[in-house]
Design a protein around this ligand. Structure first.
Ligand code: C2E
Ligand code: CA
Ligand code: CA
Length: 623
């Protein structure tokens, strides 16, 4: 690299003046027989800031720093040890254009372009390992950072040797800014993936040295896609900024938090300064998310939960620690979200089991592998059966009967729940219509998941099920969990109103677990509250729990709703529920979910045989 004083050269005077007036550096590529090099002319103004008008730029102009850089050389050096990677630096602004390339890209290489601003872009071409938790993209980002810095350091070195103090400050500022940009997320200002990977590396080394256990927490927003879909991306971005701030506020200074991209965050906890278990940190994070977010543009405060995967201890590489935390996160999502899980090696097997189930589920509906079982619902006053809840089971071709918690989360994730939900509605209504025809008037409750309520199709599915089965609409109860109600309140309220319009009833399932208030509930056309099993089971443990259930029942009564207690397992529970004037109950004490035949045989009125020639006279034979 050489310093050239262009002021002495008539040939470059025009460039010099152009730099002064435009405020931009001038970059002129030269190619000699052997090498390509770049002439750079950077204007320097008083106060190290660029004046905004032409006149003030001329007035404050101190001079320009001119130099020659051989980018090929810098690039070649930066690419050492990165075979199969190619990098192109290009500059384009006004009439100046320059392109410098180095390395050879392999077939199938993926290109990543990073805008360094000031007219510069860097494009890298490299093979990216598909599906890996830690994709090469972050390695590339690090590489690019390295290259950018070498280039800037080269400039810095030149300026130092020419000892122009102001220019030094200017370049120093630019270096810092660029470096910050390269290592931080522009939306939240948090460390980005590249910097986090570097911090994990340091964390692993430090903890290995101290013999302590560090941890990585992988955090992902639950159903963030819904926010983007319903409120738009700008609102989604604002939410991410608020979430980042809230998460950061819940951590100690010693912990590091970064954004990995999208709605994924990572928190690093150093074992050396670890005062509380990582699990407690995760709990604190879940806790701070419970408070709703006030977002401009959203009519109601928004509840956003997170799921957290934790990996604790040493690993051979930062990627390994993150991969394990990601596996644990997957597990947390699969077991109901809004929770944390700590990685253990068997989880890997669970992940492959889920993948297998997901594959097998694709043909389950077609293969007629779904079944419904029916759990009776009792009136607490006289213990008569007033209805049944239809519950889904899957007859897996090789693994036997699977429970819903094993496969419903997968159906929800893949969106298949809509199709399967349609089947459930039709099958349940058809079964109940048949029982009605046999003289057993009862209600049928059908569970509908949040994902089904995301689309207007649900209204058609309910209408269709009623038409096909011929069941009276007033005998159908649609169960929606409290959490699903609060997901997308406005659209959900409209869809539920349409379902009510058809004549069906609505029950709030798992009531008490979703933090909804009276104000929320009033918006929905609800008929019944199903008090979650958790409260039913707690009723016998303390006066407080009993008072709590009393409050839930009172809340229902205030709104004019029927109340039902789920999961009644003991007679003590049942007695106390009666004391609290709960209307209905469901639970293993009364009856387990039964298949249709067993239910008919045990609980329904016997079907009277049709006797030709009129009813059989109920008389004792005369002697
Ligand atoms: P849920 O709607 O709260 O259903 C009640 C669950 O509690 C059922 O579990 C039932 O077997 C169980 N249960 C009933 N009484 C007792 C009791 O006394 N003690 C205990 N420990 N448990 C009791 P199941 O059948 O495993 O269903 C689990 C969840 O799967 C359901 O919870 C519901 O959220 C979901 N689900 C089931 N079928 C469907 C469906 O067709 N569609 C949708 N979207 N979700 C369904
Ligand atoms: Ca239910
Ligand atoms: Ca429930």
């Amino acid at each position: 690299m050489d310093g050239i004083d262009y002021c002495d050269s008539n040939a470059t005077k025009a460039l010099f003046l152009f730099a002064r007036d435009s405020g931009n550096g001038v970059y002129v590529p030269y190619v000699t027989q052997k090498v390509a090099y770049l002439l750079i002319d950077t204007p320097v103004y008083r106060g190290a800031v660029m004046p905004t008008t032409l006149a003030t730029r001329r007035e404050a102009f101190l001079g320009a720093i001119g130099m020659t850089v051989y980018p090929g050389l810098v690039l070649d050096r930066a690419l050492q040890g990165h075979r199969g990677t190619a990098v192109t630096f290009s500059y384009h602004a006004g009439s100046s254009t320059a392109v410098f390339s180095s390395g050879t890209a392999l077939k199938g290489a993926v290109s990543t372009m990073i805008n360094l601003h000031n007219g510069w872009t860097v494009t890298t071409f490299a093979l990216v390992a598909g599906g890996a938790v830690f994709s090469n993209a972050s390695a590339l980002a690090l590489l690019i950072t390295g290259i950018t810095l070498s280039l800037l350091l080269a400039i810095l070195f030149f300026v130092l040797t020419t000892s122009r103090a102001r220019a030094l400050r200017l370049v120093g500022e630019r270096t810092g800014e660029l470096r910050h940009q390269a290592l931080h997320d522009s939306l939240t200002g948090l460390p980005n993936r590249a910097l986090i990977m570097d911090r994990i590396e340091q964390l692993l080394v430090r903890n290995r040295r101290h013999g302590t256990l560090g941890a990585a927490l992988f955090i992902d927003l639950d159903d963030f896609k819904d926010v983007n879909d319903t409120l738009g991306h700008a609102a989604g971005d604002r939410l991410l900024v608020s979430v980042a701030a809230r998460l950061e506020g819940a951590l100690r200074d010693a912990d590091t938090i970064g954004r990995m991209g999208g709605d994924e965050f990572v928190v690093l906890i150093d074992g050396a300064s670890l005062q509380v278990a990582p699990e407690l940190v995760a709990e604190r994070l879940l806790d701070v998310m419970r408070r709703p977010f006030d977002l401009d543009g959203a009519t109601l405060p928004l509840i956003v939960n997170v799921s957290v995967g934790i990996a604790i201890g040493d690993r051979t590489s930062p990627g390994d620690l993150l991969r394990d935390a990601d596996v644990a996160l997957y597990e947390a999502k699969a077991s109901g979200k809004n929770r944390y899980e700590v990685f253990h090696p068997e989880m890997q097997t669970e992940v492959s089991r889920r993948t297998e189930l997901e594959f097998a589920l694709r043909s389950a509906l077609e293969g007629d592998q779904f079944r419904l079982v029916y759990q009776p619902i009792y009136n607490l006053d006289d213990l008569t059966v007033v209805g049944v809840e239809a519950l889904l089971r899957w007859e897996h071709p090789t693994q036997g009967l699977l429970q819903p918690d094993e496969f419903i989360p997968i159906l929800e994730q893949t969106g298949q729940i809509r199709e399967v939900g349609h089947w459930v509605l039709t099958t349940a209504c058809t079964q109940m219509a048949q029982w009605h025809n046999q003289g057993n008037a009862m209600d049928i409750s059908v569970n509908v998941s949040g994902r089904q309520l995301d689309s207007d199709d649900i209204i058609n599915h309910v209408r269709d099920a009623l038409n096909v089965s011929g069941l009276a609409a007033t005998s159908l109860i649609i169960e929606v969990t409290e959490t699903a109600l609060m997901r997308n309140t406005t659209a959900t309220a409209v869809r539920l109103a349409a379902i009510k319009e058809l004549g069906a009833k609505i029950a709030v399932d798992d009531f008490g677990t979703g933090y909804s208030s009276l104000a929320y509930l009033r918006q929905f056309p609800v008929d019944c509250l199903k008090i979650d099993r958790m409260f039913t089971n707690a009723i016998t443990t303390s006066p407080e729990s009993k008072a709590l259930i009393g409050t839930l029942v009172q809340l229902g009564k205030d709104l004019g709703l029927r109340t039902l207690a789920e999961g009644v397992e003991t007679t003590d529970e049942m007695d106390l529920l009666r004391d609290q004037h709960v209307d209905e109950a469901q639970g293993f004490l009364l009856a387990r979910p039964l298949d249709a035949e067993t239910f008919e045989a045990q609980l329904l009125a016997p079907i009277r045989p049709i006797v030709l020639g009129g009813p059989t006279p109920d008389v004792t034979p005369r002697k």
